[in-house]
Design a binder for this molecule. Structure first.
Ligand code: ADP
Ligand code: MG
Length: 291
C-alpha cells in the first residue's frame, strides 16, 4: 500500500463523510466479507415510540404513571418512549425511591412504595412472572417489528407494552448495495427474536443474532471470525464498543454515543447506513490503485 494512495483515499472519504481513523482501516475494509449491523440506532432510527399498552391489573393511567416514573431514571431509548407517552397524556410522574438497571433485561424501581419492574420476557421469566395472559397479543406485536415489554407491580404482571422503532431511511437500500458488493450481512440485537426477524426481513438481512446480552455482542463477532470471515461491525451504542474493537474494522455511527465513536476505526458522519457502502467501495477502489 503506497502512503499516497492511502492519503488520497482518506481524503475522498472525508469529502463523503467517512472518516478513516488510520490508513490500515482502508486496507482492512477493502478485504471485509461480512458486515454485522447493530439494530437499534444503526438499522433503525433508535427513537422508538410507545404504540400499545394493555393493562391486565390496575388502572391504566396509574400503571403508566408509575412505569414511566421508573423509566425516567433509565437512559435506554425504550425508556424515553415510555416517558414521552406518559407526558403526552399529561401524567405527572411521581418520585422514585430506588432504581436499578439490569442491562439486557430491564429495570427495577420503587415508586410510591410499590416495586415496579419493566423489561423483556426473559426478565419476567427470571422473576418468575407468568406472561400467559398476554402471550398471543405480544407475539402479534413482535411479528409487526414492535418490541414487546412487560411491567410488573409488586411481583404481579400489570401490563404489556409495545414500542416501535422505524427503520432508517436508506437502510434497505444499503443492505441491497452491500449484497451487490458480494458481502454477507448480519444483524445483532438484544431485542426479542421475532421483532429482530421482522426488522431483518424488512431490510433484507439474511442472518440475525437476537436476544444477545450487551456483553455478548463482541462474542458474536468473534464467532464469525472463527468461521474464517473478515468482519466489519457497525454500531452506535455504548454497549457496541467491545464489538467495534473486536471486529476487523469497527465502524461507528457519527450521530451515536461518544463511547462508540472512540472505539471506531471508521466513522460515518451521517447516520445513514449508505455511508458504509460508500466506505467499502472507496476502500476497494483505493486498494486496486495500489496493487
Ligand atoms: P438493544 O440495544 O438491542 O435494544 P439491550 O440489550 O439494550 O438491546 O436491551 C435488550 C432488551 O432489554 C430490550 O429489547 C428490552 O426488552 C429490555 N430492556 C432494556 N432496558 C430496558 C428499559 N429501560 N426498559 C424496558 N426494557 C428494557
Ligand atoms: Mg444501537
Amino acid at each position: 500500500a503506497t502512503p499516497t494512495a492511502i492519503m488520497v483515499g482518506t481524503g475522498r472519504g472525508a469529502e463523503m463523510g467517512v472518516l478513516f481513523r488510520k490508513g490500515t482501516a482502508l486496507e482492512l475494509l477493502a478485504r471485509v466479507d461480512t458486515v454485522v449491523l447493530d439494530k437499534t440506532g444503526t438499522v433503525t432510527r433508535g427513537r422508538p415510540e410507545l404504540t400499545d399498552l394493555v393493562v391486565v391489573e390496575g388502572e391504566e393511567a396509574e400503571v403508566l404513571r408509575r412505569v414511566a416514573a421508573a423509566e425516567a431514571r433509565s437512559e435506554h431509548p425504550i425508556a424515553e418512549a415510555v416517558v414521552e407517552a406518559a407526558r403526552a397524556r399529561g401524567l405527572d410522574l411521581p418520585e422514585v425511591a430506588a432504581f436499578e438497571a439490569v442491562p439486557g433485561y430491564g429495570i427495577e424501581a420503587e415508586v410510591e412504595g410499590r416495586r415496579i419492574q419493566v423489561g423483556a420476557d426473559r426478565y419476567m421469566a427470571r422473576l418468575g412472572i407468568d406472561l400467559g395472559p398476554v402471550a398471543g397479543r405480544v407475539e402479534a406485536w413482535a411479528d409487526a417489528a414492535k418490541t414487546p415489554l412487560y411491567a410488573a407491580v409488586d411481583g404481579r404482571l400489570a401490563a404489556a407494552l409495545a414500542v416501535a422503532d422505524p427503520v432508517k431511511e436508506g437502510s434497505r437500500e444499503a443492505v441491497e448495495a452491500l449484497h451487490r458488493l458480494g458481502l454477507a450481512v448480519a444483524m445483532v440485537t438484544g431485542d426479542h427474536r421475532r421483532t429482530a426477524e421482522a426488522v431483518a426481513r424488512a431490510v433484507g438481512i439474511e442472518r440475525v443474532m437476537a436476544e444477545v446480552l450487551p456483553e455478548h455482542k463482541a462474542e458474536e463477532v468473534r464467532r464469525l471470525q472463527a468461521e474464517g470471515r473478515r468482519v466489519a461491525f457497525v454500531g452506535d451504542g455504548i454497549n457496541d464498543a467491545p464489538a467495534l474493537a473486536q471486529a476487523d474494522v469497527g465502524v461507528a455511527i457519527g450521530t451515536g454515543t461518544d463511547v462508540a465513536i472512540e472505539a471506531g476505526d471508521v466513522i460515518l458522519m451521517s447516520g445513514d447506513l449508505r455511508g458504509i457502502v460508500n466506505a467499502v467501495a472507496l476502500a476497494r477502489r483505493t486498494l486496486r490503485t495500489i496493487r
